[in-house]
Design a protein around this ligand. Structure first.
Ligand code: AMP
Ligand code: ZN
Length: 105
């Protein structure tokens, strides 16, 4: 989607460094971290939220959570998916938050 910030990041428009990347997803640091480690797992395909996400894709994204936490040596962490404006979703391109250490929410 042309006006989607995460699509632009995936497209490399801002030169964002990816902590992890595979065929399905990228992982990058949250710009406004709410913990010592705050990563976002983002599908390459534009999917607005969990309501729009296939079972297959969410499975792949959870697999990425496992891979990137092992890669980064993160053993204790919280995962979070906000779905919908009323739940606090601000970016309408599905993402899984990974938070570890001094979690602020
Ligand atoms: P949510 O409220 O679940 O939609 O979370 C959106 C998250 O995206 C927030 O934690 C923001 O800090 C983060 N965010 C917004 N823009 C960027 C960006 N350009 N790079 C990295 N993270 C971002
Ligand atoms: Zn998008």
């Amino acid at each position: 989607m042309t006006d989607c910030i995460f699509c632009k990041i995936i497209n490399g428009d801002f030169g964002t460094e990816f902590v992890y990347e595979d065929d399905n997803a990228v992982v990058f640091k949250d710009i406004n971290p709410k913990a010592d480690v705050h990563l976002l797992v983002v599908p390459k395909e534009h999917v607005a939220d969990l309501n729009e996400c296939s079972e297959e894709l969410i499975g792949k994204l959870m697999s990425v959570v496992k891979k990137v936490t092992v890669q980064e040596g993160i053993k204790s962490f919280k995962t979070l998916i906000n779905t919908g404006k009323d739940a606090g979703q601000e970016v309408f391109h599905l993402h899984i938050h990974i938070l570890s250490g001094n979690i602020k929410f």
